[in-house]
Design a protein around this ligand. Structure first.
Ligand code: NAI
Length: 705
């Protein structure tokens, strides 16, 4: 092939360019997609190219991407799901991983310097390819994202990444990145030692190869070696050799495992523990560690946990895709009415994401407090003074409600009162631009009640944010039969602008998330009233896999809010409000915000006393909690609150944190057996009353599967 080398040679996925200085650039450009991933096809093609290239007398090899904001986003996750379908799942997975390892080893063994020029996403397998190169150079671009997020899919790096990360950064930094799955900006990646140099975006377009050539030539002539151009080239701290001594490794592993087990349980998420184990047993013996790395990933990837987490990755993408709506009108100016807890947080988040926001509140002091809150938030988020200042400039307190005239989107976040909300939108309809969309953040009032009296009720859509806005990834996009397609699409697109996941839901009481979560929280309060200690109830939920116990969560949400949601739901659903909740709220014990709820709080942390409770078992408690949630989820599906099971699972996972490793409530019910779960509910209803009666939806669900 190379005997007849022309300047350019093209494969299906790779383009090879050789210049007059004997520098070759390999461009990855997977056809018909905006994302580069390392599928088996891409890897096998690359191996063929590398086998030829190692014989060539080249000066350097550069890996680049032809995509706008994507170097390589990782291995091909779609292929991960296919392994499980095979009878030979483990062997097939192992074979696929070994192909990846072989490619990376071939890059590492090339007899001339290799470079990765990173633009946009460089994640997972993409980062492992970059790690196999001698030098990693990233473009100075806010869209560049670097990391090894494999643990989030229930696996760990498998293309030699565990070995090379340890070699490059040492155990603590390498484990910090791989165990958390953190994704870094260019600057952070350089500080960690993952990136050797950051270069201006312009250089990419203007002869990066010329620069490399110059580096190499000058280095050779001055015999200083190419390293002089990488003044910040990372060196692994020397003490790592000591940490890898046989008798020290178990101690280091213990320290790291101990830290991880405070965040996740081994039987829920085995991957981080397998990764630590891999290092403990094999660090220092690269070849063997690589072999064991492949076996470990093959084992993990074919497990139930990884397959469920991969499912969630796909669900997340499904919701993300909804943000690419066909409307070409980007929202630029938001006007928010009500600058309290939610309105204020929504305003801050919109500004943080680059939008201009005017905020009106009937109480001017609320606006003053909002500016202070925003300033604290931007101070934490923005390093550069000009970014901080320009964010503050985009947040405009609007005493006279002038923003009504200018906005593309008006969001109402005033008190939960239907007449007050109606009057806000009536005023807006008289003043706003005819194309402006109206949104309400109501958590319980039917949309058609709020739009009652508007001459065009189709303009109103629900955009239901969760508290705290900055941390919750989901937004429910609520529509009634009257809501126009334009309003829905704008709301979906707006979610994308905010980096949130939109979940389309029907305007029914509680929508999806609050409706499913409330019976679960109320059951926790029932248990508490029966004398089960708060810590025991929370522990039962944590053991099931919930990220936080229901008692602590209720305190966090605010017991007054729990009460108002429960009262609203009790009008239409099989929900009764526990007396304990009413009493706590009467006493002003509202949870974390008053330092007293079910728990007492010191410096924002609950005081959890040890308990020697011996009544119910943890499983009995978690069954009662979870079956209330499952029953409501099935009812929501039956009543078409969401379009399908996938959306329901996505909503509950991203809206409540429901144990991701179980794949979502509907997936879990199917996995356990729908009929068996239905029978368990009947048993619970015999013991604890009609709130456990299975809804009609169970029969439909059984007949669907
Ligand atoms: P909040 O009481 O903190 O804020 C409401 C603000 O609206 C206050 O600052 C008040 O001065 C202002 N206001 C009231 N009537 C007004 C009017 N006619 N014109 C201008 N300003 C007016 O309430 P919060 O918690 O922010 O709730 C707002 C909305 O968001 C409610 O509909 C609530 O159901 C919903 N929501 C609340 C969540 C929460 O966790 N707090 C979560 C999701 C939705």
């Amino acid at each position: 092939m190379w005997g007849n080398l022309t300047m350019k040679q093209s494969y299906k996925n790779w383009l090879i360019e050789k210049d007059d200085f004997h520098i070759v650039t390999l461009y990855l450009n997977i056809p018909d997609t905006s994302t580069n991933v390392l599928s088996q096809e891409v890897l096998i093609e690359l191996q063929t190219i590398l086998d030829e290239m190692k014989k060539m007398p080249l000066k350097a090899l550069i890996f680049q991407s032809s995509k706008e904001h994507c170097f390589i986003a990782g291995a091909d996750v779609n292929e991960f799901s296919k392994f499980i379908e095979s009878n030979n799942a483990y062997d097939e997975a192992l074979h696929a991983i070994q192909i990846g390892q072989h490619v990376m080893n071939s890059i590492e063994n090339l007899p001339y310097p290799t470079f990765s020029l990173i633009n946009g996403h460089c994640l997972g397998g993409g980062m492992e390819l970059a790690l196999a190169c001698d030098y990693r150079i990233a473009l100075d671009d806010s869209q560049t994202r670097i990391g090894l997020p494999e643990v989030k899919l229930g696996i760990h790096p498998g293309f030699g990444g565990t070995v090379r990360m340890n070699r490059l950064l040492g155990v603590f930094k390498a484990m910090n990145l791989m165990l958390s799955g953190r994704i870094l900006s260019v600057e952070k990646a350089q500080r960690f030692g993952l990136i050797d140099n950051i270069i201006s975006n312009k250089i990419k377009n203007h002869h990066f190869r010329d620069l490399v050539n110059q580096w190499i030539d000058e280095s050779l002539s001055q015999k200083k070696g190419i390293l002089k151009y990488f003044t910040q080239k990372h060196k692994r701290p020397f003490y790592n050799n000591l940490l890898e001594l046989n008798f020290i490794r178990p101690f280091v592993s213990y320290l790291i495992s101990n830290k991880v087990s405070k965040r996740v349980k081994k039987h829920h998420y085995p991957a981080p523990f397998e990764l630590i184990n891999l290092w403990q047993l094999h660090a220092g013996n690269d070849d063997f560690m690589m072999k064991k790395e492949a076996e470990s990933v093959a084992c993990l990837i074919t497990s139930e946990t990884a397959q469920n987490l991969i499912r969630i990755f796909h669900l997340q993408n499904k919701l993300k895709n909804l943000t690419h709506s066909s409307t070409d009108k980007k929202i630029k100016h938001i006007h928010i009415i009500g600058g309290g807890v939610m309105g204020g947080d929504i305003a801050i988040w919109c500004v943080y994401k680059g939008l201009t926001v005017t905020v009106h509140d009937q109480n001017n002091e609320v606006l003053a407090r909002l500016v202070k809150r925003a300033s604290d938030f931007f101070n934490r988020k923005f390093k550069e003074k000009h970014q901080f200042q320009s964010a503050l400039d985009r947040l405009i307190p609007d005493i006279n409600n002038d923003g009504l005239k200018k906005a593309n989107l008006i969001i109402e976040a005033i008190i939960e009162n239907v007449e007050a909300k109606q009057s806000v939108f009536k005023q807006a309809e008289n003043i706003a631009h005819p194309d402006c969309i109206f949104a309400t953040n109501t958590s319980s009032i039917p949309l058609d009640d709020i739009s009652h009296g508007l001459s065009d009720p189709g303009r109103l859509v629900g955009i239901h944010f969760f508290n705290p806005v900055s941390r919750m990834p989901l937004i429910e996009i609520v529509s009634s039969n009257l809501t126009s397609e334009t309003a829905k699409k704008m709301a979906m697109q707006f979610s994308g602008q905010l980096g949130k996941l939109p979940l389309p839901v029907r305007s029914t009481p509680g929508f999806l998330v609050n409706r499913v979560l409330t019976p679960y929280l109320l059951e926790a309060m029932e248990l508490y009233t029966e004398g089960v200690p708060a810590t025991f109830i929370d522990q039962a939920a944590l053991n099931f896999g919930m990220p936080m116990g229901p008692i602590e969560l209720s305190d966090k949400v605010g017991l007054d809010i729990c009460l108002s949601v429960a009262e609203n739901l009790s009008k239409s659903q099989n929900v009764s409000v526990p007396e304990t909740l009413v009493q706590w709220v009467k006493k002003g014990h509202l949870g974390i915000k008053t330092n007293q709820g079910f728990y007492e709080y010191k410096k924002g942390k609950p005081i959890k006393n040890k308990t020697d409770y011996t009544g119910l078992t943890l499983t009995q408690v978690s069954n009662r909690l979870m079956f209330r949630l499952f029953n409501e989820a099935v009812a929501c599906l039956d009543e078409h609150v969401v379009e399908n099971e996938d959306f329901l699972d996505a909503g509950i996972i991203f809206g409540t944190g429901f144990a991701p490793f179980l794949g979502g409530p509907m997936h879990y019910i199917k996995h356990q057996g729908i009929a068996e779960m239905d029978h368990k509910l009947i048993d619970l209803s015999k013991n604890f009353g009609q709130r456990f009666n299975p809804g009609l939806g169970w029969n439909t669900f059984i007949s669907m599967h």
